[in-house]
Design a protein around this ligand. Structure first.
Ligand code: HEC
Length: 525
């Protein structure tokens, strides 16, 4: 008996090996279709579709890279620290399987064994909205490679206060809309600001440019909307104007946007008995007070602030916010009995993937706990997103060259049993958006950092003359990858070597007839 078992085992291993050569149909399609295709398909925010073997195989090397560095699927908070609704991520085994598949030459396997694409919901993810507010007109976004931050005022026309179960932002143009803050106000101040200029909407960078009467969970690409749990919600006032502050990302081509908001009222049998409250942590809460929020040039600076609630509370969601110098965040509570409660940890802050995070379960923070807020800012040239070169002293402000230190907390007074409430239980992932494949697109170089070969992909919508150049941090041209060559429309790939360049941060610049696109590249051993 003892001898038979190992023999049998070996025999089984043998069959496993020969049948189970890693292939797309059996092994890779389930990973990609379940973790990537929700965003990577036509009409969604991912820049290329992954809906069949060929589309995935074309990008095999890059898929291996972005999954190994855990850049995709995008999920910023540390999942071993705390958990939120709609978490994304691959297991180590799945990442290894992708690497094995690429090493084996990305074989297709037997197409009959490929699973069908998941059934992606279209339209609203939360059901039929009770009220839809749409931008009154199309907004024209000039293709000038500049950020555009703008508030649009959407009159609600409500004749009575309404209890809100959920709001769902629906972008009209997912190539352009990078994030949306949502709130409301009741005294007509926003409408007055809008009326000052003939253009639709008004300019405002970090917020609504005036005090609001309430806010709702913000939108970023791929983040799902949730309904508040039973008895909880916010009230939208009669006669209020709904405000959306949109960040349109820099684009080389003109775009138009007409976004809308779906509003869901509380059901008659589920009135709000526990209104959701908002507390904002900002530099007033820092150890050194407001004036200590100064980030010197050429340094990495850490800030620490605290907040204490004198009653037991249950956290619903959290929104950490800073700009391009932000490096990491950690928020935790220490209870009066010296227990530590993890709240959120983001090791690599990424402005482009900022967002509000909704806890998977209500998170109880006992009365008189000290909540610690730690954030670090990298104001050196090692930070490829540093908007200033040379680095400048930076303090509070609303533009992208200023910084912020904000954490928004949504909470309710604690009630027994809150720990068992699973938030957003009935939501499904995925969002419906519109993507047009117009213009040019420069993908991130990989690997990045690199000390040798670099692969760069880009997309052109029409035949044109392009150049690709590499600049160092001082803006000096150090390498020409493509020198004014005519390219056909479609996807292109170029490989080049940076082994000869000194360590440091570089910028790759693609110049075409429709504009200029850039991506950072780090050269390092
Ligand atoms: C929540 C939406 C979302 C999901 C899920 C997602 N992606 Fe992406 N992906 C994006 C967006 C948006 C971009 C454009 C770059 C950016 O904004 O970071 C992108 C870019 C990419 C790129 C190009 C990288 C670049 O910088 O040019 C690759 C490759 C990629 N994704 C692969 C994947 C793979 C593989 C998965 C699944 C394991 C995945 N993505 C899941 C939204 C998503």
């Amino acid at each position: 008996m003892n001898k038979i078992v190992p023999l049998l085992f070996l025999a089984m291993l043998g069959t496993l090996n020969s049948n189970a050569q890693v292939n797309f149909s059996e092994h890779i399609a389930p990973i990609i279709y379940n973790n990537c295709t929700s965003c990577h398909r036509s009409g969604e925010i991912g820049p290329m579709p992954f809906t069949n073997y060929q589309e995935v195989a074309n990008w095999a090397g890059m898929i291996q890279y972005v999954t190994e560095i855990r850049y995709m699927p995008p999920w910023k908070p540390d999942k071993n620290y705390s958990n939120f609704v709609g978490e994304r991520g691959l297991t180590d085994d799945e990442i290894q399987l992708i690497a094995d598949w690429v090493a084996a030459g990305a074989p297709q396997g037997n197409p009959d064994l490929e699973p069908p694409l998941p059934n992606f919901p279209t339209g609203s993810q939360l059901g039929t909205p009770d009220l839809v507010l749409e931008m009154a007109e199309e907004y024209f976004i000039e293709g000038n490679n500049q950020d555009d931050y703008r508030v649009f005022v959407l009159p609600t026309g409500l004749t009575e206060d309404k209890e809100i179960a959920a709001v769902e932002f629906r972008t009209g143009n997912s190539r352009a809309v990078h994030h949306a803050l949502m709130g409301f106000e009741t005294n007509g101040a926003a409408a007055a600001l809008d009326a000052q200029t003939p253009e639709y909407g008004y300019v405002s960078f970090g917020s609504f440019g005036m005090p609001d009467d309430g806010t709702f969970v913000s939108y970023t690409p791929g983040l799902e909307s949730i309904r508040y749990p039973k008895g909880m919600g916010k009230v939208l006032s009669a006669g209020s104007d709904f405000l959306i502050q949109l960040h349109y990302a820099p684009l080389p081509t003109d775009e138009i946007d007409r976004s809308s908001v779906n509003i869901f009222f509380k059901e008659a049998n589920d009135p709000i008995t526990r209104p959701v409250q908002k507390t904002r942590i900002w530099p007033f809460d820092l150890d050194g007070g407001w004036l200590s929020f100064v980030i010197p040039p050429d340094e990495v600076t850490a800030f620490h602030g605290t907040k204490t609630f004198t009653e037991d509370i249950s956290l619903v969601s959290i929104y950490p916010h800073c700009h391009y110098l932000g490096k990491d965040w950690e928020v935790f509570a220490v209870t009066p009995s010296n227990d530590t409660i993890n709240i959120i940890k983001i090791d690599e802050w990424d402005f482009n993937w900022q967002g509000a995070y909704v806890f998977d379960r209500m998170k109880k923070i006992p009365a008189n706990s000290t909540i610690h807020f730690n954030a670090t800012y990298d104001n050196t040239l090692n930070n490829p997103y540093n908007p200033s070169n040379p680095p400048q002293e930076v303090s509070w402000g609303e533009t992208t060259t200023d910084e912020m230190f904000i954490v928004g907390l949504n909470w309710v007074p604690y009630q027994a049993g809150d720990e068992d409430i699973i938030i957003g239980e009935d939501t499904t992932t995925g969002i419906e958006e519109v993507i047009s494949n117009a213009g040019m697109y420069l993908y991130s170089p990989y690997p990045n950092p690199s000390n040798g070969a670099v692969t760069l992909n880009y997309y052109l919508d029409k035949r044109q003359n392009i150049s690709i150049e590499l600049f160092d941090i001082k803006g000096t041209l150090v390498h020409t990858v493509v020198s004014r060559a005519v390219h056909q429309p479609g996807n292109h790939k170029v490989e080049f070597n940076v082994g000869h360049l000194p360590d440091g941060a570089y910028t790759i610049r693609l110049s075409g007839e429709e504009g200029i696109l850039t991506k950072p590249l780090i050269v390092s051993e």
